[in-house]
Design a protein around this ligand. Structure first.
Ligand code: FAD
Ligand code: DLZ
Ligand code: SF4
Length: 509
């Protein structure tokens, strides 16, 4: 008999390895282990979501007739790594081989493909993870010979490949991308639908108790756990999103509002990433809503682009460039992550709200991650590795393959512009334009040089000036350098002085 190892982000009934295994003679192994649960201080909700979804998935497999061995989390267990659990079951059942599907993370995949076979003394077979629309090999082929890897061109190829929103070889509506329509501020209208809620069964309750007891030292609240933990519930979350929020997803994609963490976003990433939902079925649900005239084109296109475009693109970048990608720091940042990223205690209203939603919900939407907490880390010159570890820990959807390119590449520009041609640095004006945060802030959005001026305002110019050599020649940034040069030198110096002061008191903001 063979053992099929299924990981916490492989909870999909059509998984490649499940297709080659035979329920009449092979066994499935799933394991909750300290090594996976603690390699960064994952938010307790992320651990609870994964453990509960794993236990539900194991129960579903048993109902289908599979023999499932399930190693529950036990801090006393001598098996604290996936390898040690596999070793013990392989010995107990005299397994002839271990069957796996490509893992999401380089760290584990590297160990499985380079060391496990020798350590276990039996063959370890690994199948391509075909839940993704673009395989690693296909992405490498697409990237070959291109000077710059533009997401937009990759996305168009994925549209052609999937046929989503296509009329023959032309994009639906005539344009590939309707992002320009997707920049509205949200002022309370349209009103927000009630969030979907799920009944908690015994598995959820047991896991939440376990995580409360064992992981209370990890940052984040577990009492506000609201996630779906089965495929059935995840499908309900998808249907609820498509019905109530997708119609406005496009218009308000970049909007932010105090105490409103979801707005018109889907909150589906944790389910897509752990396998409860498939990326293609999620896009097909959005397409159907468009075809049924329930949602406008800019909403359907914007949503589908995030999944077959950005999601697949960052995965391709990850596998093409690991392991060296994780260590890039092309802006030479040296500053430690400020204290408030962990304790959320800051006078900056936008940051405070982003931290609150992060710790209460293991979630913040894309613009909060990119333009608030990310933008601040970029302009303050925080070490990319610290920033990456933070994003990997605090979000329910965080896995290295998707978190790393987004943080190190898109936010921190630490890859020197490989993923994005221009850094997403912005002053407080961007946040002010897209949110209602500034009116309730201790700092003043209107000024840059006073003792209570918005920190983003001066740090932005400090960033621009300190990286003049890297960015001055970038045509997309010429205007920015020109505006700084147009300021009188006294103002320039006052801004840079204020930024210096903030940087030297960064933990006090
Ligand atoms: P929606 O706004 O409803 O978008 C729909 C779907 O599109 C998402 O569920 C997700 O699957 C996909 N998507 C959207 N943007 C991206 C993107 N940039 N990269 C990949 N997929 C995307 N996403 C993760 O899934 N895991 C992460 O660890 C992660 N880390 C991030 C770190 C930073 C610094 C930034 C700026 C972004 C990160 N993202 C990550 C991307 C994005 O912020 C989340 O996918 C999104 O906020 C998830 O919420 P949602 O499901 O409500 O998304
Ligand atoms: C994220 C996570 C956590 C918290 N715990 C487990 C676990 O105990 N067992 C498991 O199989 N997977 C877990 N995961 C997901 C893994 O980290 C993920 O499967 C690998 O990093 C490969 O992508
Ligand atoms: Fe954020 Fe500055 Fe606005 Fe305060 S004033 S909420 S720090 S952008």
């Amino acid at each position: 008999m063979r053992i099929g190892l299924i990981l916490g982000d492989q909870l999909t009934h059509s998984l490649a390895s499940l297709r080659v295994l035979d329920p009449t003679c092979d066994r499935i192994l799933m394991a909750e282990v300290a090594a996976e649960a603690s390699y960064v201080p994952h938010h307790p909700q992320k651990i609870a979501l994964i453990f509960s979804a794993m236990r539900h998935f194991a129960a579903e497999l048993r109902n289908q007739g599979w023999q499932v061995d399930y190693h529950e989390y036990d801090v006393q267990s001598s098996c604290s790594t996936l390898l040690s659990v596999v070793q013990s079951y392989a010995t107990e059942f005299s397994a002839s081989a271990i069957i796996t599907t490509e893992c999401g993370e380089y760290r584990l995949q590297h160990a499985i493909s380079n060391a496990w076979q020798q350590q276990l003394g039996i063959p370890v077979e690994c199948y391509i993870d075909d839940r993704f629309i673009c395989s690693q090999a296909e992405f490498a082929q697409w990237a070959q010979g291109r000077k710059q890897l533009r997401m937009e061109y990759f996305y168009r190829d994925m549209r052609r490949k999937t046929g989503l929103l296509m009329q023959g070889d032309k994009p639906e509506g005539g344009d590939w991308n309707y992002d320009a329509d997707n920049r509205k501020r949200w002022n309370g209208d349209p009103s927000l639908p009630d969030p979907i809620a799920f009944a908690r069964d015994d598995i959820d309750k047991t896991v939440i108790k376990l995580v409360t007891e064992e992981f209370s030292h990890h940052p984040g609240n577990i009492d506000t756990f609201e996630w779906a933990t089965t495929r059935q519930q995840a499908l309900e979350a998808l249907a609820h999103f498509v019905r109530f929020r997708l119609p406005y997803f496009g218009d308000y994609q970049d909007a932010m509002a105090k105490d409103q963490h979801q707005l018109f976003h889907s909150l589906l990433s944790p389910y897509i990433n752990c396998g409860l939902l498939l990326p293609l079925e999620v896009c097909q649900a959005a397409l159907k809503a468009y075809e049924d005239n329930h949602v406008p084109l800019n909403a359907a296109e914007g949503f589908i682009r995030q999944i077959i475009g950005w999601r697949e693109y960052v995965r391709g970048i990850y596998w093409l460039n690991m392991p060296q990608y994780a260590h890039l720091n092309k802006l030479g940042n040296t500053r430690d992550l400020p204290r408030y990223y962990w304790d959320s205690d800051t006078k900056m209203a936008c940051m405070s709200d982003a931290f609150k939603t992060t710790f209460d919900h293991a979630y913040a939407h894309h613009i909060q991650r990119l333009m608030v907490t990310g933008n601040f880390a970029l302009i303050a010159g925080i070490k990319p590795e610290d920033v990456c570890d933070w994003y990997l820990a605090v979000y329910a959807d965080a896995y290295d393959w998707v978190e790393l390119p987004n943080t190190l590449g898109m936010v921190m520009h630490a890859d020197g512009g490989y993923l994005g041609s221009k850094p997403y640095a912005a002053s407080g004006n961007y946040i002010h334009k897209m949110s209602n945060y500034c009116s309730g802030c201790h700092y003043s959005i209107k000024t840059s040089t006073e003792h209570d001026s918005c920190p983003f305002n001066s740090l932005y110019w400090h960033f621009i000036q300190r990286h003049k050599e890297q960015f001055n020649g970038n045509p997309r940034m010429t205007m920015i350098y020109r505006s700084f040069e147009k300021m009188d030198s006294g103002k320039q110096q006052a801004i840079l002085n204020r930024a210096e002061y903030l940087l030297s008191h960064i933990d006090e903001l």
